[in-house]
Design a protein around this ligand. Structure first.
Ligand SMILES: C[S@@+](CC[C@H](N)C(=O)[O-])C[C@H]1O[C@@H](n2cnc3c(N)ncnc32)[C@H](O)[C@@H]1O
Length: 605
């Protein structure tokens, strides 16, 4: 990955082979090192579950570290999920970075999703925000039109000429951590190239005797240990389902939307009755829902999550999948609960690509997949028709989504598709209001289409116990699957019902809408719709001119005196002073590679 770190004093690096974790007891620690534990790759959940002693030795080492220390751990996602809760007793979690690996890092297993990422945990001995250099990753360019992969539209003047701020998905580098982690260490040497650090200590555990592959087989899951409660409100029907595709002899749950609490709804369903469970719960991050307190105490929140996770595990059929989405740290907590009930199946990283608001942008959501007992071979790996095949064919990396480029590629029948893996980067959040209804955090339908194609067959029953505006149930119906959607809020439940009616009438419930929704997916207030006398870009560039004249960002009073435009425009058109100064704080960029941008500028002169 080409990157640029501001005011960076690059760290030296030093590799130490750790053959026995007891060596760590004598390892001298100091205040100027950043540590990177390099685990053997391919470690399974079962191996991780057998490594408590090894983790304890690493914990003892971390306990001795200086109060300013930063520790990173490079390993497989299941191992990171098992190790983190132990290290969290002496270190503070800062980031889970998903690092792209080469296709040959993990052995592809028949019937499973190819694995293409490793976990890089970043933890510190200190509290508060992570200290690191401001690091940017060079823009990537579309292999077809040669413009930047992301279309920055009319906002190019507010971006930096070099690239975007680094996020928590490192896809621009690719390495095989079994062999060489140079691209990762290279980046860490600059990312942490600031006081008091001087050295990146790489503790290479690849041949460590305490982490050797386990040869014994994992015990067969004891499915009878799962609680089997009796149904209360159970209804059965054969309607809406295609009996020839699912097992025709099995009783089927009737497709329906339930307006009730998820626990009440789940408890009403029989054990082992659902083919795919999905959950996109409230994240307890103070979202403004109509009927839900999204800021419970953490302990209370997880006690509640454990209850519905257990219910989902109960109603899931053997061999089938439960997929749950959340932020990385909360997903680790879910992992702890689920791994005692179900089998770990896949750790999908959805790189949802957001705006650079902080120094390292958190931009991904894990989708944790567990199966009841041994997972069946993924049905989607042999798609049933061309539409479903399309859902599983991601856009090749770095291709752009500009209309002109897309149609050109279509005309030329250019092959712009990549290979499906557990790293999903081509599905964007629903940003545009015209595609949203009145719900603050709708998922994009394409995410559900891919999940349902991959994990289910036509006719099978999908359940979403936080159905919101109905994304899951609508997609399920669209794809000929049965569905059960549970939603607490009457308002969202009604929206979902109306959209199902639209679907029934042959309309597209995901199409463009005229009405601007009230609900927002960001905490920033929405400004009233208005007619701009002068474009925001012109105003921001005028502020940039003033900043250059006075040698710093101007205050409101200075803009009032020095701008060509009335101060009311700045007050009314922008959300805050940060946005007014957005262009003044950076260099501006072009969507062509730097040398081509120069040529184009010369032609324009
Ligand atoms: C993250 S949103 C899900 C959005 C949904 N995936 C969509 O695309 O529309 C979480 C939803 O869970 C609902 N919810 C919160 N607590 C609930 C509960 N106890 N039972 C059922 N639904 C609940 C909220 O009202 C909200 O609509």
């Amino acid at each position: 990955m080409s990157h640029q770190s501001e005011e960076c004093k690059r760290l030296e690096n030093n590799i130490v082979q750790i053959a026995d974790l007891h060596q760590l007891n004598d390892f001298e620690v100091d205040s100027s090192s950043v540590y990177l534990f390099h685990f053997p790759m391919g470690r399974t959940d079962f191996e991780a579950s057998r490594s408590q002693e090894a983790y304890q030795l690493i914990y003892n080492f971390c306990l001795r570290l200086h109060k300013d220390a930063t520790v990173s751990i490079l390993t497989t996602p299941p191992e990171a999920a098992r190790l983190l809760p132990i290290l969290e007793k002496c270190l503070e979690f800062k980031l889970w970075v998903a690092v792209k690996t080469t296709p040959h890092t993990y052995v592809n297993q028949k019937g499973k999703l190819p694995e293409r990422h490793a976990a890089l945990l970043i933890l510190t001995r200190y509290s508060g925000t992570l200290r690191h250099t401001k690091t940017r990753v060079k823009y990537t360019y579309c292999p077809s039109c040669k413009k930047t992969t992301k279309d920055y539209g009319g906002k190019k003047h507010t971006y930096h000429e070099y690239g975007t701020l680094i996020s928590d998905v490192w896809r621009d580098i690719e390495c095989n951590p079994c062999e060489d982690i140079e691209p990762i260490s290279d980046l860490l040497q600059d990312l942490f190239g600031l006081e008091p650090y001087k050295l990146l200590q790489i503790l290479d555990l690849r041949t460590c005797k305490d982490l050797l592959p386990v040869t014994e087989l994992p015990p067969r899951p004891n499915e009878t240990s799962l609680i089997k409660e009796q149904p209360t409100l159970f209804q059965m029907s054969q309607t809406l389902l295609s009996p020839h595709l699912a097992n025709a002899n099995e009783p089927k749950l009737e497709s329906r939307l339930l307006n009730m609490d998820c626990l009440e709804g789940l408890r009403s369903l029989p054990t082992e009755s659902v083919d795919f469970c999905f959950a996109d719960p409230p994240y307890n991050l103070q979202k403004k829902y109509s009927h839900w307190n999204d800021s419970m105490e953490t302990i209370e929140y997880f006690a509640w999550c454990d209850q519905w996770l257990s219910e989902l595990a109960r109603i899931l059929k053997p061999g089938k999948t439960l997929a749950v989405m959340n932020i990385p740290l909360w997903s680790v907590r879910y992992y702890q609960h689920l791994c005692s009930r179900l089998n770990f199946q896949a750790w999908i990283v959805w790189d949802a690509i957001s705006f650079p608001v902080r120094q390292i942008m958190p931009s991904h959501y894990p989708i944790l997949c567990f199966s009841k007992g041994e997972a069946r071979a993924l049905p989607g790996l042999q798609p049933k028709n061309s539409t479903e095949a399309e859902y599983l064919a991601p856009l090749g990396e770095f291709y752009c989504l500009r209309e002109s480029c897309l149609s050109q590629r279509q005309r030329l029948k250019a092959s712009d598709r990549g290979e499906l893996s557990d790293l999903w980067y081509d599905i964007h959040r629903l940003k545009h209001n015209s595609y949203r209804v009145d719900h603050p955090c709708q998922l994009p339908p394409m995410l559900m289409r891919r999940l349902f194609t991959l994990f289910t067959l036509p006719g099978e029953v999908i359940l979403d116990c936080f159905n919101g505006a109905g994304t899951s149930t609508l997609v399920a119906q669209e794809m000929g699957r049965g569905f059960i959607g549970i939603e607490l809020s009457l308002q969202y439940h009604t929206i979902a019902q109306q959209r199902h009616e639209e679907l029934q009438q042959g309309k597209n419930p995901f199409g463009k809408r005229e009405v601007v929704p009230d609900a927002k997916n960001s905490r920033v207030e929405r400004l009233p719709k208005q007619h701009y006398m002068v474009s925001k870009k012109i105003l921001q560039l005028d502020v940039k001119r003033i900043a250059q004249e006075i040698g710093r960002l101007p205050t409101r009073e200075e803009v009032k005196t020095l701008s060509k435009y009335p101060i009311e425009y700045f007050d009314n058109y922008f959300i805050g002073w940060g946005e007014v100064c957005a262009a003044a704080r950076t260099t501006g960029m072009s969507d062509l590679p730097v040398d081509q941008a120069d040529i184009q500028l010369k032609f324009q002169m």
